[in-house]
Ligand binder design. Sequence first.
Ligand SMILES: [Zn+2]
Length: 253
Amino acid sequence: MAARDARQLSDHERELFSRNIRVPEIGEEGQLALLRSRVLVVGAGGLGSPALLYLAAAGIGEIGIADGDRVEVSNLQRQVLHRARDVGRLKTESAREALLEVRPDLDVEVFPFRIEQGNAPGVLSGFDFIIDATDSFRSKLILNDACVQTCRPFSHAGIRGFYGQAMTVLPGESPCLRCVFPEAPENGEGGGEGVLACVAGILGSIQAAEAVKYLLGTGDLLTGKILTFDGAAMRFRVVDLQPEKRCEVCRAA
Ligand SMILES: [Zn+2]
């Protein structure tokens, strides 16, 4: 670790990240912290596309991408990581290629399968922060439970139509997703609802911001509260969460 701690930014990195470094809350030290960080994005779709692009561009050191799907024509409307030429390819491959075009030296690890209860702990264990960019409530609850059990901080977001929501969970410190939504709704399989493309862009960008703030240890996170976005009224609201008691997943952790 000593060698890692002694690492300095190269001249190229100073130039590449100069607009980060000029932000007082980041500086060279913050940039080095980002370069030492490992973030996993589960889902390389509507939310994952902006989250992955911004995290890569911002200088996260290692990025994991988990997704078992292949690119479909109907994805291109909002999943801006992928191109028309990528239809039929694994999303993890298409996404990796897109990120390496921005940061050729980026360390990318791909997990080309669906995250389930059984494989989640092993995948999550190598990462400092997780982004839930899945498209079904069932997947979100599986990921929530795994993050709580392995004590991994994560950002949740969901989108539908003109609407979106986001919250951040620090296991052991703040309510988890299941404290607020104990079970998936009946239509919780998801994956086919309509969504305004730029709503995915807005919420995925918020998730990237939460990850970066957590890794820098700066600002206020969306913990103990939920952000809702109404794109039709163009209104953001942040509501405090006060669950009467912590859910069974939190309590067991
Ligand atoms: Zn909970």
